[in-house]
Each structure stands twice: as C-alpha cells, then as structure tokens.
Ligand binder design. Structure first.
Ligand code: C2E
Ligand code: MG
Ligand code: MG
Length: 581
C-alpha cells in the first residue's frame, strides 16, 4: 500500500521532483522514501481516496485535524466527516477531481468531538499511466482564519459600543434597498435629547450605558425586518422596509418615545432621557432610499424645534409640488462642489453719518441652466433637505474671507452680516464653526454679525439665549431679522440678548402711507432703543421712506434706493460718500 501511496504522491509532485522520477532503480528507492516522508510529515492533512471517495490512507496531520485515527477512517466515505449541509458541495468538489480537474474549495467538517470546523480542501486526480486511479488531496483547518475574517468584517460594519450596525453599513443598506411602489419604506432618525449633558455631568461611562440601553430598547421595539444602526454619537437610524399604513409607523415611534422615556438605571442612579424622532417616508419620486434618511434628518430637526421628546414626519412632499423644485433639489446636491454659489453684498447706511457702515451677505446661485436663482427660491429647499448646513457654512466662510480681504486695504473696517438659517443656528457644532471660521479667515469677531429670524426660538428660548450669550462673549453680534412678521412676542424681545433688530420690509413699504403702520414702526424703534438695540429698516426704495425713517431715528437703512446686492468686485468700486440726500 505504501508503495502505491508513494507512487501516487510521485504522480502529484510537480516540476523537478517529477523529472527525477524513475531515473534509475537506485534513485527510485530513495525517492520512494522521500515521497513517504513528504506524505507523512506534511503539515497539512494529506489523504488519498479511491474512485468512490473512500479513505485509503492519510497522514498524521489529518488525524489531528479530524480527531479520527487513520484506521477508523479507512474505507469510510469522506462525507461521513462533513457537516450535512455541506455534503453536496463537497461531493461536487470530489467529482471534479475524479474527472481530472484540480479543485480548491471550502467546506465544513465535523470533528470527532462533534464540533464543526472550516476546511480548505485541494483535490487532485491521481493519474498513473494516463488513467485516473483515485483522488489525492490536501486539507487545512481554516477555522481561526475564518473567525478572524468574521471579526474584522464585524468590526468594520458594526458599532462596537452598542453592537448595532454602524453608519457606513446603514448607508450601504439604504443604497442597496430598491425603491418599489408596492413596498413602502420609512427611515427613523432618532436623536437623544440632552445626551451631551449626561456625558458632561455624569461621565462617559454613564453616557455609554445609556447608548447601550437605548440600542437594546430599539432592537426590542422595532419589527423583525427592521435595520437598526447607530449613526454617530447619540443618533440612531432605523430602516423599516415594508410598512402598510402611516398609523403603523406612528404607533411604533410613540412606543419608542414612551419606552425611551423610562429612566435607565446606571450604577444605582436613575438617568432620564428622551428622544426627538424624524420620520422620512417615500411619498413621491426618490433618487434612492438615501433620500429617506435626509428627509428623516430634516424631520428630526423639526422635532427638536418642536420641543423634543416628539416626532415629526417628512416625506419631501413640499419639495414635490412642482417639478421645478424636484429638479432644483437634485441640482443642489452638486451645486456646492461645482462652485455655483456666489455671495453678493448689500450696503447698509448709517443714518447719522450717511456712510456705509456694513454689508449684508446674500447668497446667489448661478444655475448652469436657469441662470441666477434667488435665495428666496432655493434656501427653503436647502432647509427641507438639510443641505442648508453645508451651504450655510460655505456662505459664512466665504463672506468672512472676502470681507477680511476687503477690509485689509481700508482704514476703517466695515462689518458683515451673514444670514443664518435656524437649522444651522441650533446645531451643536455651530459655535465651533464660528470660532473656526474666524480663526481661519482672521476676521475680527467684532466685524461679524449673524442675522437670525425668531423661528430659532422654536427650539426653546434657553439654549438660544445660551448660544447668543456665548456669541456675545466671543464678540460676535446677533441681529433679529425680519422683525414684525412672525410672532414677535415681546417676551422674546425681553429675553434675547440680540444687539440689533431688523424691521421687515412690509412695514417700511407702508410707513409713509398707513398711519397704523407708522405707529408700529415708531413704537418698535422707541422700544428697541430703550433696550439698547440698534434698529435697521430693510427695503428702503424711496426718498420718502428714507426721510420718514431718519426722522423716526432709525439707526441704519438698507434698500435698493442706495444699492442692490452686488458681487465683491463691485463693492470695491463704491464711492465713499454721504448716501443720504
Ligand atoms: P433677508 O435676510 O431679509 O434679506 C433681505 C432681502 O431683501 C434680500 O433678498 C435683498 O436683496 C432684499 N432687498 C434689499 N433691499 C430691498 C429693497 O429695497 N426692495 C426689495 N424689494 N427688496 C430688497 P434676497 O437676497 O433675495 O434674499 C432673500 C432672503 O433669503 C433673505 O432675506 C434671507 O432670508 C434669505 N437669504 C439670503 N441669503 C441667505 C444666506 O446666505 N443664508 C440664509 N440662511 N438665508 C439667506
Ligand atoms: Mg437678512
Ligand atoms: Mg430681512
């Protein structure tokens, strides 16, 4: 038998070794020994089968791998030692070798102890004098390698703290999810409220426990087919891939809110947490399931604005009203990368000196097909899709850079006011963004002013006051834009540490023709002055309006009467003159 094995091995040994074969009788004996040693001492399992797949011989390594002795395997079929689900493919691998091919494949063996293990098998036909007489093979236990691969794959796709899928996997899941009309999908974007203060005040250890517990609750509460992921920090995403009714989703998020609001015990102390949930669903044409996450993100911001511990739904319907806005929404994706935005500047005139005291930065979009598009059209879209955040940051950086450059060759620096959307203003990173832009551009904080509308207050007055205080400490001023058009609650005016108030154009339009409007304008100016606020009147188009507001001691005027918003290059050409006539 050994000789036969040695011959088979000889048949398998390639190249120079094969060439040595049978050179002469003396060599033949030495070679046989050599082959046998090779067979017996090979670190991989080595074995031979007859043409029906019965074990004929094997080396020690195979005994170690399988846990069976050579004797007990003899004449048994290889599939006796293979996990039942893998037998068909193992047989197929054998059959190929039996028919003359060299094949390598993976399968799963069952060890003598009963435990499964991964095998990598290479089978060769044994050919003697042109005839296939059996199958010869090598096998390795690759269980550890498989485990390591699985561990690496797990780490790359999961968040190790919560053991949920990570952001990258969630994004991949979304992009792999087809949009089908009869199979409705929704994405939940869940953001814990006040998590930062738990981390800051109770420590990261407690914060981590809260995140783990939240993850577990989400897994328990969501339906079996749902995909739950931790996106970043205290934000989670859930993809529901087939829901029947809106009510079903609403019941689910209500359930989640109720369960998350139950206190979590960490090291003997009770921690209270709640969440704001945005729901994004597909009620119209979508580019892909990724859009749902963006809708959900917008809805989440609204849920935060709506007072937290609540949910909001967004299905992009508003953007779908006209085909125009669908296209614009799509074009917004690339507009930033392709440098299609430009910041224009409109001068503001000091009514005491008659000189320009600052500029308002107003963004313009040079659309490749539609020409110049006004912010009134695309800013609301950018707010709906969440793109206002990167766009707003770009505008801020651009305006600061350009005005720093503009001021560099002037004796007296002029200020710049940048409009900040509420969604941008209430983001946790906003203050850091401001600091970073000021450092990057070298603009003095006193030169920068931020224009916000009172809708920022919907997030709750306290965080807004806190942020405005922090901005004031930094030296950056805040102006309340479009004053008079929203709630204009007097208590807001009392509480907010804003330094400037911009009276909306609708009042300026009628100040000279409507006595009641004139009374409101006068009242606002007087009231603001008593609170040490500077008053700006927007939209001055006529001499009458200018003179009326100067007479009422309005501090600053802005409008087409003086100048329209213009590119930076035109700004540099403006004469130093008294603009009031
Ligand atoms: P806003 O902040 O109230 O800006 C003033 C708007 O009034 C500007 O419109 C300006 O061109 C226009 N305006 C100025 N003087 C006159 C005038 O005498 N008559 C008339 N009829 N209009 C005048 P624009 O540039 O179209 O901007 C519209 C709105 O879009 C802005 O209102 C602001 O809310 C928003 N916006 C503009 N740029 C930005 C930006 O960079 N970021 C954000 N978040 N919003 C922006
Ligand atoms: Mg403004
Ligand atoms: Mg305004």
């Amino acid at each position: 038998m050994l000789k036969a094995i040695a011959d088979w091995v000889g048949a398998m040994v390639p190249g120079a070794l094969a060439a040595l074969r049978y050179r002469d009788a003396e060599n033949h004996r030495a070679l046989t020994e050599w082959h046998r040693a090779l067979f017996e001492n090979h670190p991989d399992g080595v074995y031979t089968f007859d043409l029906d797949g019965h074990f004929q011989s094997c080396n020690e390594a195979l005994e170690r791998i399988t846990g069976y002795s050579a004797g007990s395997m003899h004449n048994l079929h290889f599939n006796t030692f293979i996990e039942s689900d893998y037998r068909a493919q193992t047989q197929a691998g054998f059959d190929k070798a039996r028919n003359g091919e060299v094949v390598t494949y993976e399968t799963m063996g069952i060890h003598a102890s009963g435990s499964p293990y991964y095998l990598e098998i290479t089978n060769f036909p044994v050919t003697i004098q042109g005839e296939i007489v059996g199958v010869y093979g090598l096998c390795r236990d690759i269980t550890r390698q498989k485990e390591q691969e699985a561990q690496i794959a797990y780490q790359a796709t999961h968040d190790l703290l919560t053991e949920l899928l990570n952001d990258a996997s969630f994004q991949k899941k979304l992009s792999d999810t087809p949009i089908e009309e009869d199979n409705r999908k929704a994405v939940l974007y869940l953001d814990l409220d006040g998590f930062k203060s738990i981390n800051d005040e109770l420590g990261h250890h407690v914060g981590n426990q809260v995140l783990r517990k939240t993850a577990r609750r989400l897994i328990e509460l969501t339906p079996p087919g749902a995909t739950v992921a931790r996106l970043v920090g205290d934000e989670f995403g859930v993809l529901i891939s087939d829901y029947r009714s809106r009510d079903e989703i609403i019941q689910l998020v209500e359930r989640i809110l109720v369960h998350l609001a139950q206190p979590i015990e960490v090291d003997g102390q009770m921690v209270h947490i709640s969440a704001s949930i945005g729901i994004g669903s597909d009620c119209g044409p979508l580019d892909g399931a990724e859009d749902l996450l963006q809708f959900a993100d917008v809805a989440r911001e609204r849920a935060k604005l709506g007072g937290k511990n609540t949910w909001q739904w967004h299905s992009g319907q508003r953007a779908e009203h006209s085909i125009n806005s669908v296209n614009l929404r799509h074009d917004l994706h690339t507009a930033l990368q392709e440098n299609q935005f430009e910041v224009y500047y409109q001068p503001l005139i000091d009514t005491v000196t008659g000189h320009i005291c600052s500029f308002e930065a107003l963004v313009r979009w040079h659309h490749p097909a539609r020409g110049l598009i006004s912010p009134g059209e695309f800013i609301p879209l950018a707010e709906q899709t969440g793109q206002i955040v990167p766009l707003g940051l770009w505008i801020l950086r651009q305006a600061c850079t350009e005005i720093a450059e503009f001021n560099a060759c002037r004796e007296k620096a002029l200020g710049v006011a940048v409009n900040i959307s509420s969604l941008q203003f209430i983001r946790d990173s906003f203050l850091d963004d401001i600091r970073q832009v000021l450092t990057e551009t070298g603009l003095s904080p006193q030169i920068l002013e931020l224009e916000v509308t009172e809708s920022v207050l919907l997030v709750g007055t306290e965080p807004v006051i806190e942020l405005m205080e922090a901005l004031r400490t930094l030296g950056v001023r805040v102006a309340l834009d479009d004053f008079g058009t929203g709630f204009s609650s007097l208590s807001y005016l009392r509480d907010l540490p804003a330094q400037k108030l911009k009276l909306d154009r609708v009042f300026v339009e009628e100040v000279t023709t409507d006595r009641r409007v004139a009374a409101i304008v006068q009242g606002v100016i007087t009231m603001a002055h008593h609170m040490d606020m500077v008053v700006v009147a927007e939209g001055i188009e006529t001499w009458e309006q200018q003179n009326d507001l100067v007479r009422r001691h309005c501090d600053i005027l802005q409008g087409y009467l003086f100048a329209r918003p213009m590119p930076l290059a035109d700004l540099k050409k403006l004469p130093a003159k008294n603009w009031l006539t």
